[in-house]
Design a protein around this ligand. Sequence first.
Ligand code: GLU
Length: 368
Amino acid sequence: MHLKNSKIIVIKIGSALLVDSNKKIRNKWFSNFAKDIKKLKSKNKKIIIVSSGAIALGCKKMNFNKSRLKLDKSQAIASIGQIELMNLFTKTFSKYKLNISQILLTLDDTEERRRSINAKRTFENLFQLDYIPIVNENDTIATSEIKYGDNDRLASRVAQITNADTLILLSDVDGLFTKNPKIFKDAKLIKKVDNLSRDIGNINIKGMTELGSGGMNTKIEAAKICNLAGCNMIIANGLYLNPISRIEKKNNCTWFISKISKLHARKKWIISSISPKGELIIDEGAKKALISGKSLLAAGIKKVSGKFNKGDHIKIIDAKKRDFARGLSSFSSEEIEKIKGYHSNEIQKILGYVSKSEVVHKDDMVEI
Ligand code: GLU
């Protein structure tokens, strides 16, 4: 169990790590955190940071008390505080030559397949540009019915849609204990959970809360989402300086290990779509290629039916009209109409713009 094998890492930091109980910004901690990120980047890791703090920093600026805020007021405060939060990131991260960008998500952005594929692409493009996406919930418009509610859940959804290898939740406790460590002296830190439902059954997590909106319960929920997506999750104490280096050196934290591969999880997610939007009829050669694990190319497509967009879920039908695979299309039905039957290196000329070369990528396809 180490971060060495993780290529994409999502790190969630809560408001309490950024602002202390006297509403003072924990500048020293934050600078050291940036150093930790720099180290990970030097090892070629792709990093996403999910950061709370919009409301806390908005309250600090306006001298308001968070606990007395009504929802509509807190949305306005979040709008004020989000800029403060990003200013803090820009100021601190630029010292270490780390480029940052902002992504504000609303529940549907990760829950709806098409929107989540769009979001995934944005993350990937930011990685390519060498920018670190800083994510928060779009608190200014999210009402209680359409809210993630806490950033633990948001972070797990981000880990899921970006195909992350590990999610690190930086908390104010070392991890998951056998009992509430604030009450019981003999509580022991559980270092590894590889069967969530079995191992959790023996623990009373009620009352194991921390500062911020997410307690241990929400973290366990986040672990479930991650583990089903083939992503490992860590709960670690973020209050220490250099909390990420500390995980690597001391491993004094809880790892939730996923038993399924990311690819398998993604394929399951693809197949669980409710209604495919269209069909691609392919020739025998393309079918053979698909069965041997290759992507679907334009050359093997004979016919397209239905109207769909890039990222939509489609059926793949063979020449004998057998429905044999499902996938996410990298092109719209209109585009496929134009490029079907053509060699991949002609696509750009036909469409007049740069695009992907596979119509359905092998990772986005499942045989049924
Ligand atoms: N999105 C909220 C904020 O930035 C925080 C939610 C949470 O801490 O879980 O203030």
